[in-house]
Write a protein that binds this ligand. Structure first.
Ligand code: SF4
Ligand code: FES
Length: 275
């Protein structure tokens, strides 16, 4: 089959970008979208032109590296599928496909189809971990986790951090990503001691990164390759509110040494996230 790829080309963050159209012949319908780009890049390299820059790693739909818009849809038209798993047979012979990077203020463009998603890393670094001692593997097995909680945590843990939710959201909100990370850790008994602090810190960091707010449009979950449900956003808002309420109680009603209550104090957490 043949396709025409109309791709956003931009050399660097500070140069102007534009769409450039390339015909690609001899496309095997079983190729993935990324393999089709590989074919194009071989053509470009042979002609002495700059290959198209795009991100990839596992090419198995599990690492979250790949991702761009295809005809205006994050990861393309096939539900629950990353671009590395999207095969060309889902497009028509002779079809023109518009490929462009994620567009979001918090994801500045690096080159062509690659954007800087380190804002996600900073959200994780702000609280997306468990720092209480959970012992070794055998200790883990002795801690009973209710089946329902294990399932909920596992579903949320499926998030691969690709950023499609941000790209699809009209507000460029990262609430689905952040909610998934908070739900994954906060649902498990090991994650409960830090639940309040985690939610406050991660939501605060998300806002500092310049992502927009969630207005319940739901585009995020529609394009999510791991089908993370909207419920994680509701749970995140609940955890954030409850965390702030507990922190407020600590500040107002207790007279304890600073080191004890500052752990859950919103004021202290805000200052830390901003430093
Ligand atoms: S929630 Fe879904 S779309 Fe968003 S980063 Fe995670 S896997 Fe990607
Ligand atoms: S390259 Fe790893 S998810 Fe696509």
């Amino acid at each position: 089959m043949r396709v025409r790829l109309k791709i956003w080309r931009q050399k660097s963050p500070n140069t102007r970008g534009q769409f450039v159209s390339y015909p690609v012949d001899n496309v095997n319908p079983d190729m993935s979208m990324l393999e089709c780009l590989d074919v194009l890049n071989e053509q470009l390299t042979e002609n002495g032109e700059e290959p198209v820059a795009f991100e990839h790693d596992c090419r198995e739909g599990i690492c979250g590296s790949c991702g761009f818009m295809i005809n205006g849809i994050a990861h393309g038209p096939l539900p629950a599928t990353t671009v590395c798993q999207l095969t060309m047979r889902h497009f028509k012979d002779g079809e023109e496909l518009l490929l462009e990077p994620w567009r979001a203020r918090a994801f500045p463009l690096i080159k062509d189809l690659i954007v800087d998603r380190r804002a996600f890393d900073r959200i994780i670094a702000s609280g997306g971990y468990i720092s209480v001692s959970t012992g070794s593997a055998p200790d883990g097995n002795t801690l009973p986790v209710p089946k329902e909680a294990a399932d909920r945590a596992m579903d949320a843990a499926a998030c691969i951090g690709c950023g499609a939710c941000v790209a699809a959201c009209p507000n460029a909100s990262s609430s689905l990503f952040t909610g998934a990370k908070i739900a994954h850790l906060g649902t498990l008994p090991q994650g409960k001691p830090e639940k309040d602090r985690r939610a406050i810190r991660m939501v605060t960091q998300m806002n500092l990164e310049g992502f927009g707010g969630c207005t319940n449009i739901g585009e995020c979950t529609g394009v999510c390759p791991k089908e993370i449900p909207l419920e994680v956003i509701a749970a995140m808002n609940r955890d954030y509110l409850r965390g702030n309420w507990h922190a407020r109680d600590n500040v107002v009603t207790t007279i304890r040494p600073f080191t004890e209550w500052s752990y859950g104090s919103k004021l202290q957490i805000d200052e830390q996230s901003q430093s």
